[in-house]
Ligand binder design. Structure first.
Ligand code: PLP
Length: 437
């Protein structure tokens, strides 16, 4: 009640805008599922620069949500803003490739190690196209995902295990099809279940994050990736790795940092520096197999693109974000800062005697409400506490720190400062002390 009261007092402008937008926008605001964020109505942003957001009531936040990774570059990095401004003055969308296209392809290849790329407007699109290609190449109907995964609003992935059956993930619109026809679901870190599911030889691809990041962070158990790679190869299933969030791990994502070799890699969010952008990369073998199924001179791969996918603005933003912002140097700044936050959180948890854990993936840190990090989606879901999470987010919001809705996650950008990290740690500690006093 106290925190809700403070929230109401601090946000009269947001409340007014929310009342107005509710009359014309279905669900109240764009991305209405973000409503959960705070105390009854969403905070409307006025300005976002570097690691700071200012809302319409003039409240300032140290931002550790960073557009849920969409702005892991920091908000509006000057290099990206300048590129976008310049590009907008020249051309935005033409259906023709812009001169930045080969630079983006080369930058993605150099970063992630896969030789051939295609651009999309979002990570969701990258995943949809990856799945479609995997089905085309293998001639198989199903995909496999891990329980409680999230890969964007992709129909086949909106699936969870319930009493051993694959059912629709609760709380979503769709999917429109019987999920058991499209999707197998097993727990992360369960090699036996994975082997059984793949042994039917009807799975076109496994679509996986290298470490789950959308139900808290669930790290891979030692040896699980090796098993995953080995089993997918043995059963003729392609391995699609979604690095959209795990790009936090390091310059070349989790795959490069830890030596996992996918057949297809998908990524989105931050690679456009905040401008809509996504991409998927293929091995030469996968690309060759895709083309081999068509006429010999078929180079126009239909079914995997969109009118605006390669628009000059996105491609320009990708070029600058990849080559000038998300650099090795940037990670040398953000990863230690995340380590600093992780340590602070760990100390606060120990001091308060809270049965909580903290996990870090490069510049991404998340705490969870169980003594040890979860080993799979079910364990993570069981330890989830909506009320506690909302209270902590509101507590932080009321004190000028923004964290991601649906996650107890803190992400560091090249613009994040030690002072912001320490302030966040302090607020986290105070909240814990109040809860466990
Ligand atoms: N993949 C992962 C791992 C994600 O977490 C998300 C979004 O949270 C997506 C894909 C989809 O990204 P977008 O909603 O930007 O398409």
């Amino acid at each position: 009640e106290r925190e809700r009261g403070s929230f109401e007092r601090l946000h009269p402008g947001s409340r007014e805008l929310y009342e107005r937008s509710g009359t014309s926008l279905f669900g109240g605001v764009p991305m209405s599922w973000m409503m959960k964020w705070s105390g009854g109505f969403p905070v409307f942003a006025e300005k976002a620069e570097g690691s700071t957001v200012i809302d319409v009531d003039g409240n300032e936040y140290a931002d550790f949500c960073l557009g849920d990774t969409g702005a892991m570059t920091g908000h509006a990095p000057p290099a990206v803003a300048e590129t976008v401004g310049g590009q907008a003055a020249r051309a935005i969308t033409t259906m023709m490739p812009s001169p930045d296209a080969p630079i983006v392809g080369e930058a993605l290849s150099e970063r992630f190690g896969l030789p051939l790329w295609q651009v999309t407007l979002s990570a969701t699109d990258a995943n949809r196209f990856a799945i479609r290609m995997a089905r085309e190449i293998t001639g198989r109907p199903r995909i496999l995902v891990f329980n409680w995964c999230y890969h964007g609003t992709v129909d086949e992935t909106f699936a969870v295990l319930h009493e051993g059956r694959v059912v629709a993930r609760p709380g979503n619109v769709g999917p429109p099809v019987e999920l058991e026809r499209t999707t197998r679901v097993v727990e992360f870190n369960d090699p036996e279940a994975l082997e059984e599911a793949l042994s039917h030889e009807d799975v076109a691809c496994v679509l996986a994050e290298p470490a789950m990041t959308n139900i808290g962070i669930v790290p891979p158990a030692p040896g699980f990736h090796e098993t995953l790679r080995d089993l997918t190869r043995r059963h003729g299933t392609l391995l699609v790795i979604d690095e959209t969030h795990t790009i936090s791990t390091g310059y070349g994502g989790y795959t490069r940092e830890h030596g996992l070799t996918p057949d297809i890699l998908t990524v989105g969010k931050t690679i456009g520096g905040g401008v809509p952008a996504g991409a998927f990369g293929l091995t030469r073998e996968v690309a060759g197999r895709a083309l081999a199924r068509k006429d010999a001179d078929y180079v126009d791969v239909g079914g995997v693109g969109g009118t605006l996918a390669g628009n000059a603005l996105s491609v320009a933003a990708m070029r600058t974000a990849l080559t000038q912002v998300l650099t090795e140097d940037a990670y040398r700044h953000t990863v230690p800062l995340a380590g600093r936050f992780e340590e602070g959180v760990r100390e606060a948890i120990a001091r308060a005697g809270a049965p909580w854990n903290v996990v870090r993936l490069g510049c991404r840190v998340e705490y969870g409400f169980s003594p040890d990090p979860p080993r799979n989606g079910s364990e993570a879901a069981a330890s989830h506490d909506d009320d506690l999470e909302t209270l902590l987010h509101l507590y932080a919001l009321n004190r000028g720190v923004l964290i991601t809705p649906f996650h107890n996650m803190a992400l560091m950008a090249p613009t994040t400062t030690e002072a912001q990290v320490d302030r966040h740690t302090e607020i986290f500690s105070e909240a814990l002390d109040e809860l466990y006093a």
